[in-house]
Every structure is written in structure tokens, then in C-alpha cells.
Design a binder for this molecule. Sequence first.
Ligand SMILES: *Cc1c(COP(=O)(O)O)cnc(C)c1O
Length: 398
Amino acid sequence: MTADAPWQRAARGAGLLGADGSIAATIFAEMSALATRTGAINLGQGFPDEDGPVEVLEAARDAISAGINQYPPGRGMPVLREAIAAHQSRFRGITLDPESEVLVTAGATEALAATILALVEAGDEVVTFEPFYDSYGAIIGLANGIHRTVPLRAPDFQPDLDDLRAAITDRTRLIIVNTPHNPTGSVFGPEVLQLIIELAQRHDAIIVTDEVYEHLVFEAQHVPIATLPGGRERTITISSGGKTFSTTGWKIGWLTAPAELVTAVLAVKQFLTYVNGAPFQPAIAVGLGLPDSFFTSAADTLRAKRDLLSSGLTDAGFTVSLPQAGYFVVADAAPLGHPDAVEFCRSLPALAGVVGVPITAFVHEDRRHEYASLVRFAYCKRTSVLEDAVARLARLNG
Ligand SMILES: *Cc1c(COP(=O)(O)O)cnc(C)c1O
């Protein structure tokens, strides 16, 4: 291998470049390309194939017509910050100052990136659960942080409390808690959340929550850490309109936190995007103000889709861990005689005309063997598409 060019060094250090200096190819891109090439049904990527509420879509069109097309304020448009505060009060019983405790971001992704870059110094440890949403690892790398993980194991993908105690130490700067969890669909119970707060207090760590699936919860109850005793004062709560309103392309996210933490994150955020999505901000504000019936029916509709795909996978011979929330179901291909999910996902378009993503895409190298045969499938798709996918998957069972 030749010496790195100066522009390659940092990116390689953060694990963003492959050995040949190209952008590290993700399995997501490979699988989507495979779906396009073969005409297979793409259950690999997690975006809905149907539009969200018409009121929200119309509000964006109206905003463009009304000339809301220039830079919004750095913290976000007041109408959206007020709607976020009202949402937190209505659903969580948390009272927030929309002026100082709310920040609008370019999706949850920018909220996470700005938070990590603002709060992590070189050598600080950041604890996440594993499997983890892939951007966590990349941004921790860019911040020169050290990524420690707590494994979530099948079938219920809840963390072990002793693993948690072992991972969080005085070296821990941030604890990133993604509940409801992608890719496993688990929702952490109160015992786990309470312990995270206790450990954060003991070791003076800051908690960052990723709650983008907060409204897409089925049997379990989602409890935000900021609502628990001792949680709010050390937690940055992150969410987004993308998953709730089926507007993943709009990239309107936000965080809520104590004012000093918001200011620290804003210091970085202003030089990442500065601002984004002017006409989409008032539209997401409309979404956050929709009646309770919208939120319950969004979850009910998705639960029916979860059931459809999960029972289809079970009938096809997979062992399924029934998700309690979110867009995805994890299925074990080992009982079908496929111990290597990467290989299996590459051949699935030929075997059954469907695409999924191996769970190893969400774990570190040293733990891949523990998740080797697991596949993530998205069920945030039209019922007719899922029915077609289920019929195709039945071929696997002879
Ligand atoms: C989709 C997703 C995000 C990204 O949210 P955006 O608002 O699109 O940036 C963040 N975290 C998790 C766990 C996700 O599934």
C-alpha cells in the first residue's frame, strides 16, 4: 500500500476509507445496487414507499408558495421550536423553553454528529449498544473518540446489566442510547434506563438518546430517559420527523437538552449545515401538532406490516425476533442452512427475489461471529409489496 495522501489520513483514521483509498463500500449500497440490478424487492433500505399525512405535505407546498425559501434562524424556525416543545409537553410531560432548550438540525444525523463533535475530545470513550446505527461509529471516529459497545443479544436484544456496568467508566464521555432500537426493534425497559442514568451520574457522563422511532412502538412502552429522575439534566434527546411522518428525504430533526448543552452543540452545528429545510420546518410543525389519532394509527398500520412480514419469514423457515418498534425485523437464516448472512444476502435475490441486509453491517469486526447469520428486513413498505415479498420468500422453504 502506498503512503496516504494528506487528505486520506484523517478519513482512514476514522475508518471511512477502504484499504485502496476509496470510500469504504457499505453493504447498504451494495445491496441496493443488487436489488436494482436484479429487480428484487428491496427490503434492505429503511425508507417508506408511501407518502405521509397530506396535511404535512400540503404545509410544505404552502410554505414554498408563501416565500419561506431563505435561511431560517440558526436554532430553527420559532414555529417548529414551539411545536417541538409542545410535543414534548403533550407526550412526555416535559416543559421546555423553545428559545434555549430546543435546536432544529438537518435530521437526527446532524444532531448526533454535532453532539459527538462538540462533546467528545480525542481519547474520550463513547459507549453505544451493538449492533449500532452505522453513523455512530463513523462520527466517533471523526472525533477521535474510542468506541465501546454493549452487546444486545437475540432473542430479545436487551442489554445485560453487568455488561453495562463494565462498559461505563470514568473514561466515558457520552452514552448513546438508541431506543426504540435500529436494527433490532427492541425497546429498553425502565430497569436498563434507570441504570444508565445511575452510571452516567457516577462517572459524570452525558447521555445522548436517539428516539427517531419514538412514535412507532407496538406492544412495549417507550420511556424517554429525560422523563426519569436524574435523566433530564444530563441528557440530549434527539428525534426527527423523517420516520414519524414518512418524510425521510426532508431531513428535519431536532434535539432538546439543558440550555448549556444546546449552546455547546449549536457551536458546532452552525458550521456544519448552519441551517436547513426552511419550508419543511413549518410543515413538520404541523405534523407534530396532529391529533393523537394520527400517531396511534401510524403505529397500528406499521404493526400490521410487521406481523405480515414476520409471519412470512417464520413460515419461510427463519427464526424471527419479533420487533417491539420501528421499521425492521431481524431474522436468523441459520435454520434454513445459511450460517453466513453476508453470503446469504448476496444470493437472496437469486434464491427468492428479495433483498435484506446482514446485521454484521451494524457491528464491529471482533463481534461479527455473534451475529453472523442474522438478516435485517424492512417492513415500512406497502402491504402489496410485503405480500409479494412473503410469497417469494416462501420459495426458500421448498
Ligand atoms: C433513520 C435513523 C436516523 C437518521 O435520522 P434522519 O432524521 O434521517 O437523519 C438516526 N438514527 C436511527 C436509529 C435511524 O434509524
